[in-house]
Design a protein around this ligand. Structure first.
Ligand code: GCB
Length: 612
């Protein structure tokens, strides 16, 4: 798997950024191969047929009034034009094109030439495009995007053909419970780097007494073999931009440098409500310079970092040697009209709601979230269980495993420096009752450990502990259970005994910390039925309360480390008889208004924050 850098594009005195977000031209293909057959990338898209304006970033599904576009299976095409100034063509400067994510797979042409392709949604990809660009002229960027899911995609799905009055229709089927939104979901940027550039930075932080230690490993690229004179300078700035530390000695290793920086009386990165200034970030400024007479180049990149230490035992999870208890949610990237398209107003609102309710953590169920969303978590001290896009795996195979590992490679590469990421989740609800899941998850977890040993690994398991084959490989047991909903709907009295027994059993079986990653009840906002009855606001509150009682008993047993409600907000799903306009288990509506339960949860989460 490729292991080169995918640093978030940041402007600096040596790097320029240009956003390609905005309105693009768009057309859905009638058949999956149509666009390629007729070479739609060769000319303006409008030459080969009608196009419609399509916002980027956004899912395309809910933008028009066409049912056929909402339910489209196969390829769609995007195109936009842009200029790059002549001044960008200087000193061998490089230009890169980067997509924050395109779901599910993409092929990209620049001025008719194919420059990159990528598969697996929710993850960034980029390529250097200097040689395909027209400087001082107009450029044409074309994308083919395919949303088809099969048994060897991550996540899995299958396509069925159904007979309709107009003939045969392709329908995408999948067992996961969120709408398979597609399109260019995250920002598109063009950015420059000098000819010799910082390719990647990996940091790891340690805490010893009041001292914070930052270990770094950076790689550069673009230096011709004949020139190996290159220097690097690494400086740390505090949040007021005051320099507070620099590397005393950087060792050159291959095409990179490693070193460490110590900061006395460091302001550590703490979760929300565990410190008056949670989410404290330093800036690691990396500067490389070549010093040969005929090649004087400098590159500068500034990486935000938090200094914190994660450790874990058979019973607890610690941040900076203090045990933490997670209180939060499973979530989705989802909202009306834009689907999974990044919307910064929504992101800011969601973090304000998370803080209002007193949460300190959430899981990026069931795929990696936008980097802009992760930035908020770093800055505000929200702990993240970072999940790869593997959800409801049911047919295990070698090619699936390869893709699964690729998604983890890309995820870890993207998020490895984020202080908010406290754990990797390698899957949601895989079919772990199947014996073949044992080898599969042994390989998955082993692989993660080759990439990162500083964070624990978990998965959201839902098979019963006695038939599950994957829990044995996890550092922390996470499980999903719908007591009083899918089992015994209406009977909240079953919750306490059943939940307490299950948590005890998971712990006894594996001798590891246990957390609940999903529980909840669908709730129609405005439906009031008392005594409580399923789907009413009263029932959601009752069901959560019974869980809270069990959690309180379990917390006294010291191996129970967290509770996460399913879900933060209502979200769209595929059409089904059990979903009314989508999944309604949110404690906020899809428009982010509180249901009654939200006030109840707020009381508990704030109280927990102050008790611990
Ligand atoms: C689950 C899944 C989640 C669903 C949820 C539900 O177990 O992990 O994706 O949305 O149940 O509401 O059914």
């Amino acid at each position: 798997f490729s292991w080169c850098g995918i640093l978030y594009p940041r402007a600096s005195e040596k790097r320029v950024l240009m956003s390609l977000d905005g309105i693009w031209q768009f057309r859905a293909a009638n058949s999956t191969s149509e666009g390629i057959e007729y070479k739609w990338y060769k000319n303006r898209l409008s030459k080969t047929g009608a196009t419609i304006p399509m916002p980027v970033p956004s899912s395309y599904n809910d933008i028009t009034q066409e049912k056929s576009l909402r339910e489209h299976v196969g390829t769609v095409w995007y195109e936009r034009h842009f200029f790059v100034p002549d001044s960008w063509r200087q000193n061998g400067q490089r230009v890169w094109l980067r997509f924050g994510s395109v779901h599910y797979s993409a092929r990209v042409w620049l001025n008719g030439e194919e420059v990159m392709s990528h598969e697996i949604g929710h993850l960034p990809f980029e390529a250097e495009v200097t040689s395909s660009l027209r400087f001082g002229q107009e450029n044409r960027l074309t994308l083919e995007v395919d949303n088809t899911l099969t048994y060897t995609t991550i996540p899995q799905g299958w396509v069925e053909e159904i007979e309709t009055i107009d003939g045969v229709k392709k329908v995408q089927r999948y067992t996961f419970d969120f709408f398979n939104y597609a399109g260019i979901h995250r920002p598109v940027v063009l950015y420059t780097t000098p000819a010799v550039y910082i390719d990647d930075i990996t940091t790891y932080t340690d805490v010893v007494g009041s001292k914070g230690i930052i270990y770094f490993n950076l790689t550069y690229d673009g230096l011709p073999d004949s020139h190996n004179e290159i220097n690097c300078r690494v400086t740390v700035f505090d949040s007021h931009a005051k320099p507070v530390g620099k590397a005393t000695k950087e060792d050159k290793i291959g095409s990179g440098f490693i070193g460490k920086i110590e900061i006395d009386d460091a302001h550590l990165w703490w979760p929300y409500l565990m410190d008056p200034a949670p989410g404290y970030l330093y800036t690691l400024e990396v500067r490389i310079t070549t010093n040969k007479e005929d090649m004087k180049i400098e590159d500068v990149y500034r990486l935000p970092i938090g200094i914190r230490l994660i450790t874990w035992s058979n019973t607890s999870l610690y941040i900076n040697n203090v045990p933490v208890y997670l209180r939060g949610f499973g979530r989705h990237e989802d909202s009306d009209i834009r689907g999974k398209g990044l919307d910064l107003a929504l992101v800011a609102k969601d973090y304000n709601l998370l803080k209002w309710i007193g949460a300190n953590a959430y899981r990026t169920s069931h795929y990696p979230y936008a980097e802009e969303i992760m930035d908020f978590a770093d800055q505000q001290g929200i702990m993240i269980i970072d999940e790869c896009p593997s959800v409801n795996t049911e047919k295990y195979s070698v090619s699936l495993l390869e893709k699964h590992l690729s998604s983890l490679t890309q995820l870890i590469q993207r998020d490895k420096n984020r202080p908010s990421v406290i754990m990797w989740s390698v899957a949601n609800e895989p079919r772990t009752q199947l014996p073949e899941s044992a080898d599969y998850f042994r390989s998955v977890v082993k692989f993660v450990k080759t990439r990162d040993t500083t964070r624990p690994v978990t998965a959201a398991l839902n098979k019963w502990y006695s038939i599950d084959h994957a829990g044995q490989f996890m550092d922390i047991i996470g499980f999903n259970r719908y007591n009083g909903w899918y089992s015994d709907p209406g009977e909240v009295e079953v919750i306490q005994p059943s939940l307490e027994r299950e948590v005890e059993n998971w712990h006894q079986l594996h001798n590891k910390p246990v957390m609940m990653l999903e529980y909840g009840a669908d709730t129609m906002p405005g439906l009031h039925l008392d005594p409580s009855y399923i789907w009413s606001e009263e029932y959601q509150t009752d069901l959560l309360s019974e869980h809270f009682k069990a959690f309180d008993t379990l917390r006294n047993k010291s191996f129970f480390i967290g509770e996460m409600i399913w879900n933060f907000a209502d979200f769209k799903t595929d059409q089904s008889t059990t979903r009314v306009g989508g999944n309604k288990k949110g404690i906020f509506t899809r428009e982010r208004q509180p249901k009654s339960a939200a006030f109840h949860v707020r009381k508990r989460y704030l109280q927990l924050a102050h008790e611990i």
